[in-house]
Design a protein around this ligand. Structure first.
Ligand SMILES: Cc1cc2nc3c(=O)[nH]c(=O)nc-3n(C[C@H](O)[C@H](O)[C@H](O)COP(=O)(O)OP(=O)(O)OC[C@H]3O[C@@H](n4cnc5c(N)ncnc54)[C@H](O)[C@@H]3O)c2cc1C
Length: 458
């Protein structure tokens, strides 16, 4: 992405003297004092990554969060890269990590009732039936990461984070402000969207979720992890869809819907019906969570990097949030630690555009899942397919969002339209979705739906 040559030195440090060692020192030395604001999944991931990956022993990390502001606490599906990242950050065998997370192995998503084919199908991770991610307890993951992080903890409310010359200043309620070389802002999603700051991606037709916790359906063996292949279920319902995530301690159910289209009482009643059909009589009501679908225009400016829900949010259909946070943290740290300090300002817009594009592509992939409707001919599904999704081109117009996301998405749809992509294209990805993900979804939903077909009613 960055045009200048970036030689990635080894992390072991102290290697042969020369240019590479000098560059490394310059980069990591320019960000010795770092703050992470927020202790949800994203903040915990950022703090653990700084603590584990900072090449300078004498760096200073402040992990700041307001214990009166709860974390969102949902986020139980993930992508395979998390298995490797957690092993590295926690320095534990992956089987131990899985057990500590109350986790099971997620091999993909099982779509029930989606699309025009009226047949259930699975979107597997690639390579199919080999790669797996975790279903995990989100709060436990944050605790585990924090336990392996060396940082000074500050329990305080942050009132502002401002970029200043060569760094950023964090302002607090009831304490002196402090200057840092780099600040991770992981304070969760904004209450209201501001068009100056946020790209509204409401071509995604949902904006609220009801969460219920039900008894486990998986029994963990006494001395090891659950090994059987499992899937996040995405069950189409008249008012939206329901995720079903099997953990060893409970099964998580979430009804994702649009509060402007469906009445909460009607959603709750249909939720009851689904649980009754599944033979689930006990559940704990965990809350109703409204959410925006958006991407921040400025994820990284050279001094402040937004991560997790503070950078972008979209409904949980493909469990994109943790994966996006992993990328935001890893990319910025890699560039800051291993590129010379003098490149920071030049790199920042390039990195920002890359991260914005990545998040927009995740949004486009998720929104596309609604393009063929479902087995329900209900107000929610008609609205999603016929009115909401068709806005995606306008919402991601390159002139408006300063990103090539739409072109990249179109290229993937063209590959899908080719039915069997050319072997030269088998390795292509669009954000973190390989071409095999697009092809599986297209077949399952009953697409292809190339650009030319967008205007035709289904
Ligand atoms: C229904 C639903 C299902 C989801 N499912 C998935 C899934 O399966 N997979 C997935 O990857 N993601 C999922 N997500 C997304 C999930 O929310 C994120 O993965 C994850 O929780 C990231 O949250 P966060 O750390 O960015 O923010 P939060 O969890 O909101 O944490 C914010 C932190 O910032 C602190 N804070 C806030 N304001 C201040 C302040 N002013 N001063 C100091 N501290 C402050 C808070 O104390 C808290 O520690 C789901 C989301 C929803 C709504």
């Amino acid at each position: 992405m960055a045009r200048r040559v970036c030689r990635a030195p080894s992390r072991s440090g102290g290697g042969a003297p020369g240019e590479v060692a000098t560059l490394k020192e310059l980069g990591s030395r320019s960000c010795r004092k770092i703050a992470v604001v927020g202790r949800g999944t994203a903040g915990a991931l950022a703090a653990a990554s700084v603590s584990r990956l900072h090449p300078e022993r004498d760096h200073e990390l402040h992990h700041i969060y307001d214990s009166r502001i709860p974390i969102i606490g949902v986020g139980e599906g993930s992508w395979p890269s998390l298995v490797r990242d957690l092993q590295q950050l926690l320095q534990l065998p992956h089987e131990t990590v899985q057990q500590r997370l109350n986790g099971t192995r997620k091999f993909g998503n099982r779509f029930e009732g989606w699309g025009r084919r009226r047949q259930d199908f699975t979107h597997y991770f690639t390579p199919q039936q080999v790669a797996y991610a975790y279903h995990l307890s989100a709060d436990v993951m944050a605790d585990l990461l924090c336990a392996s992080t060396q940082a000074r903890h500050i329990d305080a409310k942050v009132t502002a984070i401002r970029s200043v010359d060569g760094g950023a200043r964090v302002e607090f309620e009831g304490r002196e402000s402090e200057r840092y070389d780099l600040v991770f802002d992981a304070r969760g999603y904004p209450r209201q969207l501001d068009p100056q700051e946020h790209i509204d991606i409401s071509f995604i037709p949902t904006n609220c979720a009801v969460i219920r916790r039900c008894p486990p359906v998986i029994t963990a063996p006494p001395n090891g992890p659950v090994r059987e292949p499992l899937y996040t279920r995405a069950v189409a319902r008249p008012h939206g869809w329901v995720f079903v995530i099997p953990l060893t301690v409970h099964t998580s159910y979430g009804y994702v819907f649009n509060k402007d289209v469906s009445d909460l009482d009607a959603v709750e009643a249909d939720f009851d019906e689904l649980l009754a059909e599944e033979g689930v009589s006990d559940f704990e009501q965990r809350g109703v969570i409204p959410f925006p679908n958006y991407v921040h225009r400025r994820i990284y400016d050279g001094a402040v990097v937004r991560v997790g829900n503070a950078a972008a949010f979209m409904e949980p259909l493909e469990a994109t949030a943790i994966r996006l946070a992993q990328l935001q943290v890893a990319l910025v740290l890699r560039m800051r630690f291993h590129r010379p300090a003098e490149y920071v300002q030049g790199d920042a817009p390039v990195i920002n555009r890359f991260l914005v594009t990545d998040a927009l592509l995740a949004g486009l992939f998720v929104g596309w899942h609604y393009c063929c409707g479902s087995k329900y001919d209900s107000p929610f599904w008609r609205n999603a397919r016929d009115r909401v999704w068709p806005n995606y081109r306008e919402a991601t117009d390159p002139l408006v969002v300063d990103s090539s996301a739409l072109r990249k998405f179109d290229e993937m749809i063209e590959l899908v339209d080719a039915q069997i992509p050319d072997p030269a294209d088998w390795g292509r990805q669009c954000a973190f979705f390989p071409v095999s993900s697009f092809v599986q979804m297209a077949h399952g939903l009953g697409a292809p739906l190339g650009r030319k077909r967008d205007s035709q009613p289904t």
